[in-house]
Design a protein around this ligand. Sequence first.
Ligand code: GFB
Length: 349
Amino acid sequence: ANIEIDPNGYVAFCPCMGRFGNQADHYLGALGFAKQLDRTLILPPWVEYPYRSATSDQIPFKTYFEVDTIAEYHRVIPMETFMKELAPTIWPEGKRIGFCYRKDATSNECSMKNGNPFGPFWDKFKINFDGSQEYSPLSFSSHSGSLKAQWDKTFPASEFPVLAFAGAPASFPVEKHNLDLQRYFKWSKDIEEQANLFIIEELAEGPFVGIHLRHGLDWDNVCTHVDSSRHLFASPQCLGYFNEYGTVTKELCAPPKDVMKKQLKKIVKKIKAKAVFVATDSDAMINELQKAVKVKVVQRTPAEPHVDLAILAKSDHYIANCVSSFSSFAKRERDVYGKPTSFWAFTPK
Ligand code: GFB
């Protein structure tokens, strides 16, 4: 098929920070940015870090999400398609410029491919950069209406058909005005089917509560940073972007077991739940929780992050970790459909 070239140009980026939750936040922001600039967004693959592997994997966008649904919001093209069909004409070898806020002082270049996952990401498509372009003092934040005018003036599409960013042209956590873009991220058929199948087989007896347990070594480390900040990672999702509903606490990040049990019991009773679904990549506390709530408590093994999130999003009530960006993905999805979410160790003030 002949794919038309967008005269307004393209935005490319590497979702090079964090794992799925972080990348998803950046994805929402990048989509909002491309929309503002009225450039087509090149949908990069997701970056994954297989256990015990020294390098990263790149998983096509469509493995987890429907491309057509994103396209309902704005013009997009999967990176695989762009590189195969369009790059030879409009972004050929020899003309590939990497964009960064500041060049590396030593090399005087944008560090586009330094280290993992940066190198493997662009290498996946055999992309090397032929030049570097700083974009400071421009920014990605779309509060000001003139964002498009500023970028177009400095980097007109005729001269810069592809703005390829070293990181994502977006903030972490996702900015408030981009939250609702979540509605365009629809799980792929495969993920959706796996989630539905699990619900039919294990959670069909009645309402169920979905809970996300974010704990384990890596997370304990994160939670030691709470004292110095009003926000941590995804915490605006419960505290509000201006700390309207409180500040971050140790408990919010690492809720004690007895607090969790009490809170879960209350919700189970309130919605007359017949089961609890546990999503975690650590200890699922199945026996302990079962004793506390006296209904069936299940997890899906082996756990797959996207299927876990899809199930959490479908639960009748969801209890999330306010600090975790993984937690926040399902919270945003539920917001789109008006489904209730509460947070461990959090009562809005
Ligand atoms: O998604 P993520 O950026 O969210 O990283 P946080 C957490 C990863 O842990 C997920 C796995 O992408 C999954 O691979 N994981 C966490 C889970 N919870 C679950 C679960 O319930 N089910 C399954 N199957 N997998 C932060 C990172 O995590 O953690 C930071 O964003 C940093 O960059 C820090 O690494 C330690 O925001 O929760």
